[in-house]
Design a protein around this ligand. Structure first.
Ligand SMILES: O=C(O)CCC(=O)C(=O)O
Length: 281
């Protein structure tokens, strides 16, 4: 397996990520990666893995997700271990190492109504620590009409733990309605209804070309509209952790492809969450 390459991340990018909890990076992956990953998404669309979710199955379009593809697909394994993605996130997090948590396909086909509701990823991820981020990369040009992400700038600094929220993703194949109940960490405050008062928040969004990316903290509130356009919205989100992250349990846990065999307080280095990137000694 090759070494990941590291794209140029500037001090301004690091400053933006640290201050806003989100930064837009242009041209992280070139056309060869985009073509390769489009092919991989198509293959997996037609041969789902164990964690396939069709979110809102009655939607007139189609919103589907798949996770942990790197564990069973050679192209996704290459994307995680060899593409410029890990190096970019490590630079932004200023971490000496980076573990993959999981990779995820998120496709909204044309005419999909389902929004991705406002949420903080850390609410259902099994970690303590600040160095947790996702890199979301579209394989198609995206704008608000086709379902690019929206972020509340600076929301990662509001509280030291994720807020309680009422809704995860609505009805899905795997998550019964029982999880949509406002579960959260002990002492967490409720998540405000962002859409009820959008003018009160600093909401930012980015039109992206294939191979551009947004990197955001797991505490940054984010959402996406449905895809009202006639274009596909295929995206890959990779989720990463850095030096300060330790395993813990949470009231709702994201479904994992298998038990990582970790105890609360453990570092994440294990077969399921391997170290993908290390700073040169
Ligand atoms: O792709 C989407 O619509 C939602 C993505 C998201 O919430 C994430 O990558 O954390």
């Amino acid at each position: 397996m090759g070494r990941p390459t590291t794209p140029r991340i500037t001090d301004a990018d690091i400053e933006t990520y640290t201050r806003d909890g989100v930064v837009c990076l242009r041209d992280v992956c070139g056309p060869a990666w985009i073509e390769r990953m489009r092919g991989a998404v198509e293959r997996i669309k037609h041969a789902p893995g164990p964690l396939r979710q069709t979110l809102r199955p009655d939607d007139p379009g189609e919103f589907f997700s798949e996770k942990f593809m790197w564990t069973f697909d050679a192209d996704f394994s290459a994307y995680v271990f060899e593409s410029p993605v890990a190096g970019a996130v490590a630079a932004l997090l200023q971490s000496r190492k980076l573990n993959i948590f999981f990779d995820q396909i998120l496709v909204k086909e044309p005419g999909t109504d389902a929004p991705s509701p406002w949420h903080q990823d850390l609410n259902f991820w099994p970690f303590e620590g600040a160095q947790v981020a996702s890199l979301w990369m579209p394989l198609d040009a995206v704008d608000l009409e086709s379902g690019t992400l929206e972020f509340v700038r600076g929301s990662h600094l509001w509280h030291d733990r994720p807020m309680k929220r009422e809704l995860v993703f609505g009805k899905t194949d795997h998550q019964p309605a029982a999880v949509d109940k406002g579960v959260g960490d002990e002492g967490a405050v409720p998540q405000p209804d962002i859409d009820a008062d959008r003018g009160a928040y600093d909401i930012v969004t980015f039109d992206l070309a294939p191979g551009d990316a947004v990197v955001f903290s797991a505490l940054t509130l984010h959402s996406a509209p449905g895809n009202r356009s006639a274009r596909r919205r295929r995206a890959i989100s990779t989720r990463w952790t850095g030096d300060d992250v330790r395993y813990r349990h949470r009231p709702i846990m994201a479904e994992l492809i298998r038990d990582p065999g970790l105890k609360p307080g453990d570092t994440l280095d294990c077969e399921l969450f391997p170290v993908v990137w290390r700073a040169a000694a």
